[in-house]
Ligand binder design. Structure first.
Ligand SMILES: *Cc1c(COP(=O)(O)O)cnc(C)c1O
Length: 536
C-alpha cells in the first residue's frame, strides 16, 4: 500500500462543547469526511458550528508535516492546532498554507474549501472575459445554458453507445449545419464535431491530402511533394497543418490593394501537387471575407484549361455562423461545387462556450472512406473521424440548445446587434482623428484600425493597448502578415454580450487613454517590445 495513505482515525478534542464519538459516527459521512460541504452561507449559525466542529479531527490528520528529509513522517497529536482557528478559516488562519505557487504535487492534501480558495484567489488575476475584446470565443451565455452544462459535465462524447441521445443530438447538429451551408445532400453527407476549428481544419486538410494521393496514385504519378495554398493572413492552424503533415505551405501574400487572398495569387501558386486551396472566410487579422466565389471561378477556368481539379476548403471559423444570417446572398459555401469542405467554430459566432467546432463535407464522397474508423469497444459500432477520442459532450448539447433557442431569426438578431455595435465603434474611432479604420464590421462584426501615418512619434498602438488595460479592456495591437508586416493594427471583436451600453463605456475609456497618451511631451521608450498580441 502507498505509504502516504492513512486510515481515518477520528481525533477527539478533549474539551467541550464538542460532540462525543457516538455523535460523530451517527453523523452522515460527508459531514465528518469534510467533503461536499454545503456553503456556510446556506447554513444556519447553529448548523455551521456543528459542521465545522465535526471537521476538526479530519483536518488535523491532513496537516502537512515538516520535512527534514525527503522521508514522510507520521503526524503527532502534539502537532494539532487549536480547532476553532483552522475550522473557521483554514486558508487565512494557517501560516503553513502561505507558501508560493506549487510546482510539485504536495505530499498531503487539504480541505476542499482551502484548495478552492487558493485556486479561486489565483484566477482573480486573470483578465475579465467581458472586457476581453481580443477573443472571438464566446464569453457569455444565458443562464439556462449553464444548467445544461452542469447536467452534462460527466458525460464523455465518445461514449456514443452509452449516451445515445447525446449522439443523436450531435448528428442533428451536423445535418442542420450542412443544410445551413447548402450541402446538396444534408441528410446523407459526412461531418463531425471537434474541439474547435483547429481540429476541424486538420481533418479537412487530411481529407484533401488523402483525396489528392488517391487521384495521383490512380494516374501513376508521384505523391511525395504535396503542397497547399493559402493566404499569408491564414490562421496559425494551417501553418501547423502543413508542418505536422509534411506538406509544403504556399502563401499568397496580402497587399494594400488586396488585403486578402486574390484569385490571381492563387492561380500563380497552384500546380499538380496542390492538395487544395484554403480560403479564409473571416480573416483573423481583419475580419474580412476572402472572395471564395471568385477564387472558385478562377479554379474552374484553370480546370477547363489544364484539367487540374483543385478543391477548396473554406475556413469559416468565424464567418460560417455570420454570413448565412447577415449576408445570405453572398455565395461562398456548398453552392459552389468546388467547395468540398467547410469548418466553423461553434464557440465563436456559433455562440457556445469553448470548445466546439464543426466540419462538414459537401457530400459523403468528399471524405475518403479509409480515414473513417469504426469503434466497437465501447459497445455498438460507430464511425469516427476525429483527432481526439474522449471529449466533453456539454458543448454539443449547448450548440443544439442555441439552434433551438434562437432559430435562424434569433441568430440574425444577435449577429446584427454585434454588427451595429461594431459599426458604431468604428464610426466613432474614425471621427476621433488619430486613426484610420481598416475594417468596420461589414463582414464579420470585427473592427480594425491603424494609427494615421505621421500622427505622432510619442506613442503607438502597443502603448494604447497597455493604456486600455489599465481600465481592464484587453485590445490587442499587432503587425499584419507579409507583405503588410510594417502596418500595425488594433482589433476589437464584437461578440454577443458586448452591448451598446458597454460599447459606450469602452469608447469613453478609449478617448481617455488617447488623450492621456496625447499629453506626452516625449516618446515612450521601448515601445517595440510591448507586443501583447492575442489573435485567436
Ligand atoms: C479561430 C480560428 C481558427 C482556430 O479555431 P479554434 O476554434 O480556436 O480552434 C482557425 N481559423 C480561423 C480563420 C479562425 O478565426
Amino acid at each position: 500500500m502507498n505509504r502516504h495513505y492513512k486510515t481515518y482515525i477520528p481525533f477527539l478534542i478533549p474539551f467541550g462543547p464538542y460532540p462525543s464519538i457516538n455523535q460523530i459516527y451517527s453523523t452522515p459521512p460527508h459531514l465528518y469526511m469534510g467533503y461536499q460541504l454545503p456553503s456556510p452561507l446556506q447554513l444556519t449559525p447553529k448548523k455551521t458550528l456543528r459542521t465545522r466542529t465535526l471537521l476538526n479531527p479530519y483536518y488535523n490528520l491532513l496537516r502537512p508535516t515538516k520535512r527534514s528529509s525527503s522521508q514522510w513522517r507520521p503526524l503527532h497529536h502534539a502537532q494539532t492546532i487549536t480547532p476553532h482557528k483552522t475550522s473557521r478559516n483554514p486558508l487565512f488562519f494557517h501560516h503553513d498554507k502561505g507558501h508560493g505557487p506549487s510546482f510539485r504535487i504536495p505530499d498531503e492534501g487539504m480541505l476542499p474549501e482551502t484548495a478552492y480558495q487558493i485556486v479561486h484567489d489565483e484566477i482573480t488575476f486573470d483578465g475579465k472575459p467581458k472586457l476581453n475584446l481580443a477573443t472571438f470565443v464566446t464569453t457569455w451565455m444565458e443562464s439556462s445554458a449553464d444548467r445544461i452544462y452542469a447536467e452534462a459535465f460527466n458525460k464523455n462524447l465518445i461514449d456514443k453507445y452509452e449516451y445515445q441521445q447525446t449522439t443523436a443530438i450531435e448528428e442533428r447538429c451536423i445535418r442542420m449545419i450542412a443544410d445551413l451551408w447548402h450541402s446538396p445532400r444534408p441528410l446523407k453527407t459526412m461531418g463531425a464535431s471537434t474541439t474547435g476549428s483547429s481540429e476541424a481544419c486538420m481533418l479537412g486538410g487530411l481529407a484533401l491530402k488523402r483525396r489528392w494521393q488517391k487521384a495521383r496514385k490512380k494516374q501513376g504519378k508521384p505523391i511525395d511533394r504535396p503542397n497547399i495554398v493559402f493566404s499569408s493572413a491564414v490562421q496559425i492552424v494551417w501553418k501547423k497543418f502543413a508542418n505536422y503533415w509534411d506538406i509544403e505551405p504556399r502563401y499568397v501574400n496580402i497587399t494594400p490593394n488586396h488585403p486578402f487572398m486574390d484569385p490571381e495569387g492563387v492561380l500563380a501558386a497552384v500546380d499538380e501537387n496542390t492538395i487544395g486551396v484554403v480560403s479564409t472566410f473571416g480573416v483573423t487579422y481583419t475580419g474580412v471575407y476572402e472572395p471564395v466565389e471568385k477564387i472558385a471561378k478562377a479554379l474552374d477556368e484553370l480546370q477547363s484549361r489544364t484539367g487540374l481539379d483543385i478543391p477548396i476548403h473554406v475556413d469559416a471559423a468565424s464567418g460560417g455562423f455570420v454570413a448565412p444570417f447577415l449576408q445570405p446572398d453572398l455565395v461562398w459555401d456548398f453552392r459552389l461545387p468546388r467547395v468540398k469542405s467547410i469548418n466553423v467554430s461553434g464557440h465563436k459566432y456559433g455562440l457556445v462556450y469553448p470548445g466546439i467546432g464543426w466540419i462538414i463535407w459537401r457530400e459523403a464522397e468528399d471524405l475518403p472512406e479509409d480515414l473513417i474508423f469504426h469503434v466497437s469497444y465501447l459497445g455498438g459500432n460507430f464511425p469516427t473521424f476525429t483527432l481526439s477520442f474522449s471529449r466533453p459532450s456539454a458543448q454539443v448539447l449547448l450548440q443544439y440548445y442555441k439552434f433551438l433557442r434562437l432559430g435562424k431569426s434569433g441568430y440574425y438578431e444577435v449577429q446584427r446587434n454585434s454588427q451595429l455595435v461594431a459599426r458604431f465603434l468604428s464610426n466613432a474611432i474614425q471621427t476621433m482623428g488619430p486613426f484610420e479604420v481598416l475594417t468596420d464590421g461589414s463582414d464579420i462584426p470585427v473592427l480594425t484600425w491603424r494609427l494615421k501615418e505621421g500622427y505622432t512619434s510619442n506613442w503607438n498602438l502597443y502603448n494604447l493597448s497597455n493604456q486600455l488595460l489599465t481600465f481592464g479592456w484587453q485590445v490587442p495591437a499587432y503587425p499584419l502578415p507579409p507583405d503588410m508586416e510594417n502596418v500595425t493594427i488594433m482589433r476589437v471583436v464584437v461578440r454577443n454580450g458586448f452591448s451598446m451600453n458597454l460599447a459606450h463605456m469602452f469608447l469613453k475609456n478609449f478617448k481617455q487613454a488617447v488623450s492621456s497618451l496625447d499629453s506626452l511631451e516625449s516618446p515612450i521608450p521601448d515601445h517595440t517590445n510591448c507586443d501583447i498580441s492575442i489573435r485567436h
